[in-house]
Write a protein that binds this ligand. Structure first.
Ligand SMILES: CC(C)(COP(=O)(O)OP(=O)(O)OC[C@H]1O[C@@H](n2cnc3c(N)ncnc32)[C@H](O)[C@@H]1OP(=O)(O)O)[C@@H](O)C(=O)NCCC(=O)NCCS
Length: 196
């Protein structure tokens, strides 16, 4: 008999002053994520020149000011992943900006920023729960056009999860996103509308 795949029931919460400790524990358990980015790359100020401590301080400042939108995924009491989202003004620093601007016709209302699942929790639906949570939060905030910038999976060698910090394309396809245009060899702008 084939053993059943573990499918934990996840819950989600917004990153806030109350959940900061849960988020920080997940980042610290994963070596700061990329050596200490603290998920700052998409924010207006980008990554800090002061390295991990600068990124930590900047992220905490966003949380205190309420200028970050991030859905945390929990397995029981443990935070195991997240999906960052926001308006283009809140998340201006996407990859491949020149290619993006070249064929830009309409800015979206919302962007999905980076996605992360802690090591040991991958391929168990955490990222799917995180993006679904972000889409639900976007609906609550009025909906509109949502963009993601995932990596193509089909037609290339299998990639380690680490390269998919904007998510794999098939995850977004499953959640109703469609390709809009290519902005790098393996990166696409994908879009879907969320009703209000
Ligand atoms: C990419 C990443 C977010 C995926 O998270 P996950 O929780 O493992 O993803 P899920 O289990 O929800 O997978 C959903 C779907 O995405 C796709 N997928 C996920 N990981 C994949 C991979 N490594 N290769 C191909 N497809 C993948 C699959 O279609 C999967 O569905 P399936 O398992 O039914 O086939 C995770 O590997 C990760 O966090 N990588 C590091 C990214 C990072 O460094 N982020 C930091 C940004 S600051």
């Amino acid at each position: 008999m084939v053993p059943e795949r573990k499918q934990p029931a996840y819950s989600t919460r917004a990153l806030s002053a109350e959940t900061w400790g849960d988020f920080a524990a997940l980042v610290e358990a994963n070596n700061g994520v990329w050596g200490g980015c603290w998920c700052m790359g998409f924010h207006p100020e980008g990554l800090s020149r002061q390295g991990a401590q600068g990124n930590y301080d900047a992220k905490q400042t966003h949380v205190r000011r309420g200028t970050v939108r991030q859905v945390l995924v929990y397995d029981g009491d443990e935070c195991v992943g997240w999906c960052q989202y926001g308006t283009p003004a809140e998340l201006p620093n996407i990859k491949n900006p020149r290619a993006y601007d070249k064929e830009l016709e309409e800015l979206p209302a919302w962007r999905i920023g980076c996605i992360f699942t802690g090591k040991g929790h991958r391929r168990q639906g955490v990222a799917r729960a995180a993006v679904a949570g972000a889409l639900a939060a976007i609906e609550e905030a009025g909906g509109g056009l949502v963009e993601a910038y995932p990596e193509q999976v089909e037609g290339r060698e299998p990639q380690q999860g680490a390269y998919f910090h904007t998510g794999p394309e098939n995850l977004f396809e499953d959640l109703g996103f469609e390709r809009d245009r290519r902005i790098a060899k393996w990166r696409w702008v994908m879009r879907r509308r969320v009703p209000a």
